[in-house]
Design a protein around this ligand. Structure first.
Ligand code: COA
Length: 399
């Protein structure tokens, strides 16, 4: 069978960053609450002229520059933070990147899970037409109310992936474990720019979903825990990946690494297996939550920081509140390390402009007027910008 999977991947984020040490100082909180308790150091925050479209276009542009548009007839845009109730955000990306007219473009939604549904749909399209390639983009701005428990776990980022036959990075395997349950752990009503979350429930709902998806993977004759070399989890905050790993170890009886900080694992009589937990959390510690993009930012981090992945099987657990969980597996293609973006991603994270807590709170509170034309200030140093609203339509341009 022709292998199908991720041929190219890129991560993009925002112009600004909020440092959780600054946040802790202003709030009178112990900084270790964030560094160790949540496993977060910083979070990306959009400038007034940035949003899910500008990040998505910035992530997809280098992929298109490298491999052109031939065979790309579909773009699937996964997001929780859509900018319109009707028009897919991908239409603006299509225009900014000057993609061909002969394409179908849609937006998909299910909290932090939808990028995985998009990825599986892309695999299905390429299975039917192996000459086609599908652009899958996950892009989100994670926003909670100020002064809530979720606030320090905000963040923003986009991951663009090109799905093709004979991919150069990851071959996606056919079996998935699935789990859906109607639960109000996190949602965002149509009139709200911030999510409503029952934090404690969202953690247990995530772990219950992991149980259901893992058990289903076994029922579907998917690989057992000893046949999976690395494990990636959705990371709303990176400590959640540790909680998930402890949970999966309990479910399977396997002895797995549970430290999210590299080198922190203590040796014991039964040394845990290195499943890449620390390597997969490096980018998300700095991005914050990027909802649909978070699992795939974890994938970028693993591919860029683990030099021993060739031929290895990765297990990926995707979770979206509400809720859907999916546990699927993929094989890393030898030669993957030649496509590392470690230097560019690290440079982009380092280049973000820090906001003081006062500046961040003022930006967070800024809302676009809903009925008037508005121009946004030129702030972002990224390649694309959200220029404002004209006649209630959002306008984008190259910077
Ligand atoms: N040093 C080290 N760790 C500390 C600490 C300190 N000074 N102070 C607190 N902590 C630890 C706590 O022990 C706790 O660890 P644990 O999770 O292993 O028990 C952790 O920090 C979190 O603190 P806690 O007070 O329990 O929770 P919180 O009020 O910070 O809320 C969430 C945590 C996840 C509920 C909150 O961030 C949230 O609502 N996030 C959005 C929803 C979300 O991401 N859900 C995840 C599933 S989708």
């Amino acid at each position: 069978m022709t292998p199908i999977g991720i041929d190219d991947i890129e991560l993009a984020t925002t112009h600004h960053v909020v440092r959780l040490d600054d946040f802790a100082e202003v709030n009178g909180t112990d900084p270790n609450k964030f560094r160790l308790g949540l496993g977060q150091d910083e979070f990306s925050f959009p400038a007034p002229d940035e949003d899910i479209v500008t990040m998505a276009a910035a992530a997809a542009a280098p992929i298109i520059e490298r491999s052109g548009t031939e065979g790309i007839r579909t773009m699937l845009f996964a997001t929780e933070s859509g900018t319109d109730q009707s028009k897919a955000a991908g239409m603006a990306v299509h225009s900014l990147l000057e993609l061909p007219s002969q394409m179908r473009i849609i937006e998909v939604k299910e909290a932090c899970y939808s990028a995985t549904a998009a990825l599986q749909a892309a695999v299905g399209i390429v299975t039917r037409s192996p000459g086609q390639r599908v652009l899958v983009i996950a892009s989100d701005v994670a926003r909670y109310e100020l002064d809530t428990a979720g606030e320090p776990t905000q963040g923003a980022g986009a991951v663009a992936m090109l799905v093709s036959a004979n991919p150069r990075l990851l071959e996606i395997e056919p079996v998935s474990g699935l789990n859906s349950a109607d639960v109000d752990d996190f949602w965002r009503p149509n009139d709200s720019t911030t999510a409503i979350v029952d934090g404690a429930l969202s953690v247990t709902a995530y772990l219950d979903s992991l149980t259901g998806a893992w058990n289903d993977l076994q029922t579907q004759d998917g690989p057992g825990i000893d046949e999976i070399d690395r494990i990636l989890y959705h990371q709303p905050f990176t400590k959640m990946a540790k909680k998930a790993q402890v949970h999966l170890a309990g479910l399977t009886g396997a002895v797995l690494d549970t430290e999210i900080v590299a080198g922190a694992q203590t040796a014991s009589a039964s040394d845990p297996r290195d499943t890449g937990l620390a390597a997969s959390t490096l980018y998300n510690r700095r991005l914050g939550n990027s909802y649909t993009a978070s699992l795939y930012a974890g994938l970028c981090s693993l591919l860029d920081h683990d030099s021993d992945l060739a031929g290895r099987r990765i297990g990926l657990f995707s979770y979206g509140s509400g809720s859907v969980g999916e546990f699927f597996t993929a094989r890393v293609v030898p030669g993957y390390e030649q496509h590392s973006h470690r230097e560019t991603v690290t440079a982009a994270l380092d280049a973000r402009v820090p906001l003081s807590i006062d500046e961040y709170r003022a930006l967070h509170a800024t809302e676009l007027p809903s009925a008037e034309d508005v121009s946004t200030p030129k702030v972002t140093a990224g390649p694309f910008r959200f220029a404002g609203v004209t006649g209630r339509a959002r306008v984008y341009e190259r910077s």
